[in-house]
Design a protein around this ligand. Structure first.
Ligand SMILES: Nc1ncnc2c1ncn2[C@@H]1O[C@H](COP(=O)(O)OP(=O)(O)OP(=O)(O)O)[C@@H](O)[C@H]1O
Ligand SMILES: [Mg+2]
Length: 350
C-alpha cells in the first residue's frame, strides 16, 4: 500500500491529470468557530473523470450535500472552506481552484460549466413563473438570444427530458405538474446551458420507485448522450448500482473509499463499505429458495457527532476489525489497487 494523496497546500500548482474534470483535494468545509466547530467536510479527496458518473454515498450527515455545495460555491457564513482545493478544468482547458473563486467568478461557472439538481424540486422552482419562463431565464442569463429562438430552445429541452406535449407544458406553472414531471423540468433547467458537470443531490429520493427508475434511466441516457460528467449523491446503494461508474463512500465528513462501481460491489475494502453493503436489502441474497428470510445486518452503534469525533478512525467505535492503533490516530487514504483507494489500516485483516 502507498499513500494515495499528498497533503494539500495552497502553494501547490493547480494541475489536473488529463481526463480528470474535477479533483477535490483535502477539502475542509467547517461551520462555526472554536470548540463548537462542526467539521462537516474534513479532508475530502476524490477525482471525477470526464464523461463518467461518480456516486457519493454515505449515511445522513456524512457531508455529501456540504461537499456539493462547496463545489458550487454556495457555502455561506457561518460556513467556510477552511482548507483544501477544488481543482476544475473549464471548457477552455483552464484549471482553476474553485475554493478560491469569488461570487462574481462563479457566475460563469454555475450553468455553463457546472449545474446542480436539488432533491426537492418545489424548493428550487419559482411557483410564480411558468416552467418555460424559468428555463428560458437560465439560458438568457448566459447568452443573447431572440424570443423566438429562446422559446424553441425551451421546448427542445423539455422534449429532451421526455416531457410529453412539451409545447403546451412549457406554459405550466410548477404546481400543475406531477412530482416526476417537475423533476424532469429541473433536469431541463440544469441542462439549459449544456454543463460539463451535473451535480445531482438525491434527485430521486422524493419520488416513488417507478418514477425514480424512469428518472434514473433518463439521467443515465442524457449523461451518455451529452458526454457530461455527473456527480450523483445518494444514500441508496441500489441507485448507485444503476447509475455509477465510480463510487465515493463518505463517513463523518471524510472519504473512506473510492473505487470503480464493480470493484466496490465485488471487492469492497473498507469495513464501513462492507457493512453498508450487508445492510442493503438484496432479494437474491436475503430470501432463500424455501421463502425463509435472512435478517438484515444493521450497522451497530451510531454515526458520531461531527463536533465530537473520536481521535482515531471515526468508524472505529462501530468497526468489527478495530484495533488499538485505529483508536489512536486517523488513518490515511491509501491505494488498494490502481483507481481504488481506502482509508483503513485493518482492511487486510478481513
Ligand atoms: N448551515 C449549516 N450549519 C451548521 N451545520 C451544518 C450546516 N449545513 C450542514 N451542517 C452539518 O454538516 C453535516 C453534514 O451535512 P450534509 O447536509 O452534508 O449531510 P448529508 O450527507 O448531505 O446528509 P443527508 O443524507 O441527510 O442529506 C451535518 O452534521 C450537518 O448538520
Ligand atoms: Mg444531503
Amino acid at each position: 500500500m502507498t499513500p494515495a494523496a499528498a497533503p494539500s497546500a495552497s502553494s501547490q500548482p493547480d494541475v489536473l491529470p488529463e481526463g480528470i474534470l474535477l479533483r477535490v483535494d483535502g477539502l475542509k468545509t467547517h461551520f462555526g468557530t472554536g470548540n463548537r466547530t462542526a467539521k462537516a467536510v474534513d479532508g475530502v479527496t476524490f477525482s471525477l473523470p470526464r464523461g463518467r458518473t461518480v456516486a457519493v454515498v454515505g449515511e445522513s450527515g456524512s457531508g455529501k450535500s456540504v461537499t456539493s455545495l462547496s463545489i458550487m460555491g454556495l457555502i455561506a457564513p457561518p460556513g467556510r472552506i477552511a482548507g483544501g482545493r477544488i481543482l476544475h478544468r473549464d471548457r477552455e482547458g483552464r484549471v482553476r481552484d474553485l475554493a478560491r473563486l469569488t461570487n462574481a467568478d462563479f457566475r460563469h461557472i454555475r450553468g455553463p460549466e457546472i449545474a446542480m439538481i436539488f432533491q426537492e424540486p418545489m424548493t428550487s422552482l419559482n411557483p410564480l413563473m411558468t416552467v418555460g419562463e424559468q428555463i428560458g431565464e437560465m439560458i438568457a442569463l448566459h447568452e443573447r438570444i431572440s424570443r423566438g429562438d429562446l422559446r424553441r430552445r425551451v421546448v427542445e429541452l423539455l422534449k429532451k427530458v421526455e416531457i410529453p406535449a412539451a409545447e403546451s407544458r412549457a406554459d405550466d406553472y410548477p404546481h400543475q405538474m406531477s412530482g416526476g414531471m417537475r423533476q424532469r423540468a429541473m433536469i431541463a433547467m440544469a441542462l439549459a446551458c449544456t454543463p460539463q458537470l451535473l451535480i445531482a443531490d438525491e434527485p430521486t429520493t422524493a419520488l416513488d420507485v417507478t418514477i425514480q427508475a424512469q428518472i434514473l434511466e433518463l439521467m443515465r441516457r442524457l449523461q451518455a448522450d451529452m458526454g457530461m460528467s455527473m456527480l450523483f449523491i445518494t444514500h441508496n446503494l441500489g441507485v448507485v448500482a444503476e447509475i455509477a461508474h465510480e463510487v465515493v463512500v463518505m463517513y463523518a465528513g471524510r472519504v473512506v473509499e473510492q473505487a470503480p462501481a464493480e470493484t466496490l460491489f465485488g471487492r469492497p475494502s473498507h469495513p464501513y463499505t462492507r457493512a453498508l453493503l450487508a445492510s442493503t436489502p438484496d432479494p437474491d441474497r436475503d430470501i432463500a429458495a424455501d421463502g425463509s428470510r435472512r435478517p438484515l445486518a444493521a450497522i451497530p452503534g451510531f454515526v458520531p457527532s461531527i463536533t465530537n469525533l473520536p481521535p482515531g478512525c471515526a468508524f472505529a467505535p462501530r468497526c468489527p476489525l478495530a484495533a488499538q492503533a485505529c483508536r489512536e490516530s486517523p488513518p490515511e487514504l491509501t491505494t488498494v489497487a490502481p483507481g481504488h483507494v481506502a482509508r483503513c489500516i485493518r482492511m487486510e485483516a478481513a
